[in-house]
Design a protein around this ligand. Structure first.
Ligand SMILES: Nc1ncnc2c1ncn2[C@@H]1O[C@H](COP(=O)(O)OP(=O)(O)OP(=O)(O)O)[C@@H](O)[C@H]1O
Length: 195
């Protein structure tokens, strides 16, 4: 089960989630949409176990993986090393598989400084996918990525068969998901099951 129940998150005076409950589908692609600052990142961080909740319960599959809104690439590591660094020795042969999935084949020895913004974003995404989590939490995964490419990559992510919750401001990306959860904010306090 993937759910949050009656959770409250507050940053000092600011109440972002107010006894907020939501059950997420356990398969396919779920998009979180809503205005900037409504709490999408906060909710993803809660699901990832990175954001403490004041009250309430959080239920997620084992080993959730989050793609942060920022790329967090390492200037001194090559594209390929970003992937091999997160793979156990027994899976080192998978580097090209993950680079192909995000259409970065041929860039294995490139360093982040010479990647375009969208290429860097795709590398950060590949690294998150390579981690092999039981739940993928993707915060704005396609910033700077053209829509046709994002569509192809999203199709491949769907084929991994892992439940995905993503946030996006890009309508084309949201429309490709199996369902959309619209968050109005702040603070979020409704109880609405996803369909
Ligand atoms: N660490 C923090 N300290 C204080 N306030 C925070 C912190 N993180 C988030 N907030 C506040 O919580 C609210 C929700 O932020 P959040 O990043 O979750 O929104 P979002 O919907 O993901 O926005 P965007 O679409 O712009 O990424 C905002 O008002 C933000 O200022």
């Amino acid at each position: 089960m993937i759910a949050v129940q009656n959770i409250t998150v507050r940053f000092e005076e600011k109440l972002v989630l107010d006894r907020f409950s939501l059950q997420f589908p356990e398969n396919g692609l779920t998009a979180l949409s809503g205005p900037s600052g409504c709490g999408k990142t906060t909710l993803l961080r809660v699901l990832a176990g990175l954001q403490r909740v004041e009250e309430g319960t959080v239920t997620v599959p084992r080993n959730p993986v989050i793609l942060f809104q920022e790329d967090r690439l390492l200037p001194w590591r090559t594209v390929g090393e970003h992937i091999s660094d997160v793979l156990p020795k027994s899976r080192r042969g998978e580097v090209s598989r993950w680079l192909e999935l995000v259409e970065l084949a041929g860039e294995e020895y490139t360093r982040p400084a010479t990647l375009s913004g969208g290429m860097g974003r795709r590398l950060a995404l590949a690294r998150a996918l390579a981690l092999g989590g039981g739940l993928l939490l993707l915060d704005e995964p396609f910033t700077g990525v053209d829509a046709p490419r994002a569509e192809r990559i999203l199709g491949r992510i769907r084929a991994l068969g892992v439940p995905v919750v993503l946030s996006s401001h890009e309508r084309a990306v949201v429309e490709l998901c199996d369902r959309v959860i619209s968050l109005e904010g702040p603070p979020l306090h409704e109880t609405s099951p996803a369909v």
